[in-house]
Design a protein around this ligand. Structure first.
Ligand code: SF4
Length: 342
């Protein structure tokens, strides 16, 4: 066990974890909702500091991040555990067992070992992903700090349910975030995720305010979050409060976990979401989980010319000059494009 950060003691050896917006009050010998933070004798400990359950090298486009060092590789890692309980989770074997009191698996690791692996593999960044980086906060913080010393970049892929305190502690360490905005309805978050919408909106605003590179993902689930009104409001929030330049990834649902009888998202729904996002003022919208679809590429919002062509996660060609559309000169905000990715 490793001493946890961002918590405060309460009376009678109880503690309050302040890492995410559950703000769990935890009795001695009990764990928080995520199942990986434990009160031992009036102090909070993390059970996943030195135990990673998944480690891979991915194209950064797979996170998905399309406007951050395109074409580069990222060392992706995650532990078991999550602070949400989404009925449609695509990674439930990793995220849910600790919440259910089941054993926490993973191989021993350390920030030093992870950074050495990143350097050996010559990647550009480390991505804290797969489950939920908030619940392995301490491992993220220490690894990200060391990674920075070696010139590596840090990415979080998150459900956005962390507290402001959590984000502020990561400021200066995290370069880019892909955050889920799963729905624009409180009822969806309560019923299907065991969470709330408002803290996610706050976290998105905070990330934008801190100036991290930000992209947003919405998994569109038939009958749950696919109405025109909800999609328009959600896209409008991104455009108005985070910025029209923030890429929106709309992703196709596949039956999973407790929603294995819900059908995959029809292509027409994804195309409709794309149109609604455009009407809401978003400049960059990408349809995910549909390899070969034309919306995997980037188009100039002004003249509509193809500026970055992708197929799947592969970058095929680009038509930009000094960060501007080669045809009309409109600025296209893509961090690191054309620079030598490691
Ligand atoms: S990180 Fe875990 S223990 Fe802490 S508040 Fe969130 S769910 Fe509770």
């Amino acid at each position: 066990m490793h001493k946890a950060r961002i918590w405060k003691p309460l009376t009678d050896k109880r503690v309050q974890c302040r890492l995410c917006s559950h703000f769990c009050r935890i009795e001695p010998n009990e764990r928080g909702h995520c199942g990986v933070r434990c009160n031992s004798d009036g102090a909070l400990y993390t059970l996943v500091y030195d135990r990673i359950a998944a480690l891979n090298i991915d194209p950064v486009e797979k996170k998905p991040l399309f406007h951050f060092w395109p074409g580069s590789s990222t060392l992706s890692l995650g532990t078991m555990g999550c602070n949400l309980s989404c009925a449609f989770c695509q990674n439930y074997s990793l995220s849910q067992p600790p919440r259910q009191g089941q054993p926490i698996y993973g191989r021993p690791t350390s920030p030093q070992e992870l950074v050495q692996e990143a350097l050996a593999q010559e990647v550009t960044s480390l991505a804290y992903t797969y489950s939920e980086p908030t619940i392995f906060f301490e491992l993220v913080e220490d690894t990200a700090r060391l990674a920075k010393e070696y010139g590596l970049k840090n990415i979080i892929v998150s459900n956005g349910f962390m507290s402001r305190e959590c984000l502020e502690n990561w400021d200066g360490l995290i370069d880019a975030a892909n955050i889920d905005l799963k729905s624009f309805r409180e009822d969806f978050y309560t019923r299907l995720c065991g969470a709330k919408l408002k803290p996610v909106l706050h976290a998105l605003r905070t990330v934008a305010e801190l100036g991290w590179h930000l992209e947003v993902t919405t998994l569109i689930i038939p009958g749950e979050n696919d109405s025109d009104s909800e999609l328009s409001e959600l896209a409008g929030f991104i455009a108005e409060e985070l910025g029209p330049h923030v890429p929106w990834h709309i992703s196709r649902f596949h039956p999973a976990f407790q929603m294995d009888h819900t059908p995959p998202t029809p292509l027409q729904t994804l195309q409709r979401a794309y149109e609604l996002g455009t009407q809401a003022g978003l400049d960059y919208i990408y349809i995910g989980n549909m390899p070969g679809h034309e919306s995997e590429s980037t188009y100039c919002p002004q003249c509509k010319a193809l500026v970055v062509k992708r197929r799947g996660f592969a970058l095929q060609k680009q038509a930009l000059q000094n960060g501007r559309c080669a045809k009309c000169g409109h600025p296209i905000p893509i961090v690191g494009l054309g620079q030598n990715a490691k």
